[in-house]
Write a protein that binds this ligand. Structure first.
Ligand SMILES: [Zn+2]
Length: 382
């Protein structure tokens, strides 16, 4: 990583997770140049909404792990390939962006589908949604024991299992569902399948952080920008704020602090996954509003703010651009992204591709870091 008071220079691509600390982690840095980052957990949706939100991701990220919870979900290699093509069709031809596709595990999927997806080369992981856990998760796995042949197929081909780690048992308090899932389901799974790569997605609790830290090298986690920035008080500040409602739900401050320590601590087990999840404003501001926070328009700026606050800007590059590829066994990106310490005004709304609009994370506010446009590496051939 390159940092400086006047401008970025050539990015260092060899020094791994902790980056180049020259210039100091805090103080009066003016610019910050990092390897172009990836988003290891993203909801792009489909159709007009996908076309509307995609540029917010491609302005910064070189690759993104695209979640499969469409209606119907992406449960076959063929469906993943078709979705991949729709994403490429929606991209501006000059934009260099690679969607990394995922399969949605169901009770009826056969292990051969995972082998087919692996052979096809577009699918990098499979997503486990406990049935009913979140948006479009009705078709998810009802019993991990029944999914065992699928998990063995994943382990055999080195494909990570991505886990939405919450129990759906209504008897368990919504704020406890992640911690209970870990003890009831994930710990036994990880212990019984040491060869299976597992990413506990969008961790939200100190229990999840501790579990991942203490687990084998095959266990990692993504962390969202909103769980780093906000605690559960945000949902109730001055009234009910539907745009801060997501799943797993925001937690207490002690958990947010544990997430910040994990993200900024330099461990390669933690990497960037925005879980950016756009819903039209009308679906959020409703009597029964949808879960999901649309963070793509401010994601990298928000992560930078968190790392700066923690005095760890020298570790931003590892979290954003190194730890994920290392875990997935993919190459580092070759382009760079430069951020500048200049206030960026976050729009109140952005178009949703239809008649409505979307409300991004931090809508109407200002963040301390801005992306220098056009980002290096954004255009093919850079
Ligand atoms: Zn998600």
């Amino acid at each position: 990583m390159t940092t400086g008071k006047t401008g970025g220079t050539t990015g260092d691509t060899t020094n791994g997770a902790t980056g180049d600390a020259t210039g100091g982690a805090t103080g009066n840095l003016r610019t910050l140049t990092i390897t172009r980052p990836d988003d290891w957990h993203l909801h792009l949706r489909d159709g007009d909404l996908m076309a509307a939100v995609l540029p917010w991701t491609t302005r910064c990220f070189a690759r993104a792990v695209v979640m499969p919870n469409l209606r119907p979900p992406v449960t076959t290699a063929a469906a993943a390939a078709a979705y991949y093509e729709r994403i490429l069709d929606a991209l501006h031809p000059d934009v260099d962006f690679t969607p990394l596709m995922t399969l949605y595990l169901t009770d009826t999927m056969k292990p051969a589908e995972i082998e087919r997806a692996k052979a096809q080369g577009l699918v990098v992981a499979a997503k486990l949604y406990p049935a009913g856990a979140t948006t479009n998760a009705d078709a998810g796995v009802t019993d991990l024991a029944r999914a065992r042949p699928l998990l063995e197929a994943l382990a055999a081909c080195g494909m990570p299992l991505l886990v939405h780690g919450e129990v759906t048992d209504p008897a368990v308090d919504v704020f406890d569902r992640e911690a209970v899932f870990i003890e009831r389901h994930l710990r036994p799974l990880v212990e019984s399948m040491p060869d299976l790569k597992v990413v506990l997605e969008h961790v939200t609790t100190r229990q999840a952080v501790a579990f991942v830290e203490q687990g084998p090298p095959t266990l990692a986690a993504t962390i969202t920008a909103h769980h780093l920035l906000l605690n559960r008080g945000a949902m109730f500040q001055g009234g009910l704020n539907p745009h801060f409602y997501c799943l797993p739900v925001l937690k207490r401050e002690e958990h947010r602090l544990a997430l910040v320590a994990a993200a900024t601590g330099g461990s390669p087990k933690f990497f960037l996954g925005t879980d950016s999840a756009p819903h039209p404003r009308a679906a959020k501001e409703a009597a029964c509003g949808c879960a999901g926070i649309f963070s793509a328009p401010v994601a990298i700026e928000a992560y930078a703010a968190v790392f700066e606050q923690a005095g760890a800007l020298d570790r931003l590059e590892g979290f954003c651009g190194r730890h994920g590829p290392l875990f997935y066994g993919l190459p580092f990106n070759r382009g760079t992204l430069t951020l500048e310490r200049r206030a960026c005004s976050v729009p109140s709304t952005v178009p949703d591709g239809a008649a409505g609009d979307l409300v991004p994370l931090a809508a109407g506010s200002s963040l301390r870091w801005s992306v220098v446009a056009p980002p290096a590496g954004l255009i093919r051939g850079d």
